[in-house]
Design a binder for this molecule. Sequence first.
Ligand code: GAP
Length: 513
Amino acid sequence: MAQEDVFKKLVSHCKEYGFIFPSSEIYDGLGAVYDYGQMGVELKNNIKKYWWDSMVLLNENIVGIDSAIFMHPTIWKASGHVDAFNDPLIDNRDSKKRYRADVLIEDQLAKYDEKINKEVAKAAKRFKEAFDEEQFRATNPRILENQAKREALHARFAKALNDNNLEELRQIILDEEIVCPISGTRNWTDVRQFNLMFSTEMGSTSDGAMKVYLRPETAQGIFVNYLNVQKTGRMKIPFGIAQIGKAFRNEIVARQFIFRVREFEQMEMQFFVRPGSELEWFAKWKETRLKWHKALGFGDANYRYHDHDKLAHYANAATDIEFQMPFGFKEVEGIHSRTNFDLSQHESYSGKNIKYFDPELNESYTPYIIETSIGVDRMFLSIISASYCEEKLENGETRVVLKLPAALAPVKLAVMPLVKKDGLPEKARQIIDDLKFHFHYQYDEKDSIGKRYRRQDAIGTPYCITIDHQTLEDNCVTIRHRDTMEQERVAITDLKNIIADKVSITSLLKKLL
Ligand code: GAP
């Protein structure tokens, strides 16, 4: 099945099973805003817990905060967001559609990659075992030609971004003959900058009202509080502050479901270090964060680093962790060495001394900062798309199963009496009374057992427990494993331990040590 079709199915699956609904649906929706349903919120909470615990439980020197969304507007002037948090936009005059100029060019780069990969796949199929991919890539004329075009485009694009050269971005789009996917024409306007921050007014009268912004990142709430936390928590450098919270961006082109939305959640950790040690910490956090992703077990080949061509105004090193989504490798997390830019700016704009006194060096300085920043919604999308499977069964039927990591699954177990009589429902309720304090469960007695299994597969429940007539005699139940569909007979008294071991966030955290 084409990846596009898989993606469409995934989107409708998310709606059908209560993971994600379009916002304000009965009013025909609101562009690039989504609501999380009864299953979605559980999965999202589990993702957040995995991240939070990996930061604040596993690191003695990392603590959390929860700062307000509204902040003093000067913060956004100081941080550079008022002047520089822009995306280059371009319109197609025929379709009247708006695009991000940089994304059009990135898509063009991906097309060259696709051409190259197709050529390699074709040759691998033709030559079978005798195929030497490295040699083929180094010598095939069509690959070399596309590779050279890609490299030239990449160099030109990176330079245009770094020089902030909007005319050159437009020229690249024209030279590469990039067409509007809707009108198919190259009738492009000039490229203009567009600020992504939402604003509103705070105050009761229109004269006295103050323009405030909906934060486009949670990071600034950490920076302006870092000294409060450091002093009250008696923190010593190096230390980190973690935060999970909503962020808002008026994205020009919001696409690909929850990948790029206008209201989203971030999980950000700012790590404060001595000046000069930042690149060492940057390398450490790069590695630590990739390990966190890989521990989910989706396969190491699905991840890669992507170093930035254009560094943000605050960074001296930056990389993304990308994940293989159904629409290609895409950024899920950014790791940035933010220098002392933000703190220095806040010191200068606020007029307050916010330097850190280092008791070991007996001197004050402005700490440097390493940031790890990951979008909850993007992480959600990467997890759900990697978990979605359609499997052909021996009896010819197809089952749709979400192979979610058990620790993240919204429902951990389903309890099912084989029939709705003979005391089986009562026995099932007894089991639930014991387990409900530990696990999110569902009770299901409707339809055939096969149909009930399918319903649980569709929401990713790792364990189904069936109570049958024999259970009344031997106090044993059948436990059915989601991925293998294998069944085993276990004593009711062992259930809690068997399940707890597999579904706790601790099982994931242990992989990080
Ligand atoms: N504080 C740094 C920062 O905000 P960023 O690379 O702009 O850096 C970090 O964003 C992460 O936030 C991204 O890797 C992505 O996961 C998520 N994110 C950013 N914009 C988003 C959007 N419009 N929709 C969903 N997630 C977004």
